[in-house]
Design a binder for this molecule. Structure first.
Ligand code: XMP
Ligand code: MG
Length: 189
């Protein structure tokens, strides 16, 4: 296990099972449609890959980068559209693939944007749902795991752009946060 991780919350196998369950469910629910899987950069890339390959049905793939974070552990209120998707969503069925829904602000922003552009339907499949953190009222239609209100990393989720490559989801050691001002993570022991 990575030396900066205190505890693994969801193992490789847990995540694989969740991707299988949700991928199969989506394929069934959208069997007569060709939805656009909208993967939210950068955190949802591993989740998107694992869910989509469990779907034996017609799907398209696109990406969006919407950020409410500025490198730390606290969610900022302001949403920035960094990279827009390239597909015309008018009349299309969209499945947003997210890594985690916390306050719900990012998700709400994307859902409103897609509806404004004329999407026929918008549903959400998130690896993690941090329900306790919710500030705005948004529903996650497909949930991998209900996650407690801790800052988690791995499997796409980062702390200062690190740990996205870990194949599991875990909690960082507190010392990683406390040392953040004195040194960069890369130069730590
Ligand atoms: P909101 O608050 O808009 O946030 O629902 C959603 C986005 O915030 C990020 N986020 C996290 N990232 N560990 C992370 O690495 C976390 O525990 C965490 N909580 C929220 C994430 O980018 C998500 O898309
Ligand atoms: Mg994200």
């Amino acid at each position: 296990m990575n030396k900066d991780i205190e505890r693994v919350l969801y193992s490789v196998e847990d995540i694989q099972n969740a991707a299988k369950r949700i991928g199969n469910q989506l394929a069934e629910d959208y069997a007569d449609k060709t939805p656009i899987l909208l993967s939210v950069l950068k955190g949802a890339i591993l989740w998107s890959v694992d869910v989509m390959r469990e779907m034996d049905s017609y799907v398209e793939l696109d990406f969006i980068d919407v950020s409410s974070y500025h490198g730390g552990v606290e969610s900022a209120g302001e949403i920035t559209l960094r990279t827009d998707l390239t597909t015309d969503v008018a009349g299309r069925d969209i499945i947003i693939l997210e890594d985690i829904v916390d306050t719900g602000r990012t998700l709400k922003y994307m859902i409103e944007l897609l509806h404004k552009r004329g999407a026929a339907s918008v549903k959400v499949a998130s690896l993690l749902d941090k329900k306790e953190g919710r500030v705005v009222d948004v529903a996650v239609d497909y949930v991998g795991f209900d996650v407690p209100k801790a800052f988690v990393v791995g499997y796409g989720l980062d702390y200062k752009e690190l740990y996205r490559n870990l194949p599991y989801v875990g909690i960082l050691k507190p010392k990683i946060y406390s040392e953040e001002d004195s040194a960069t993570l890369n130069s730590q022991e």
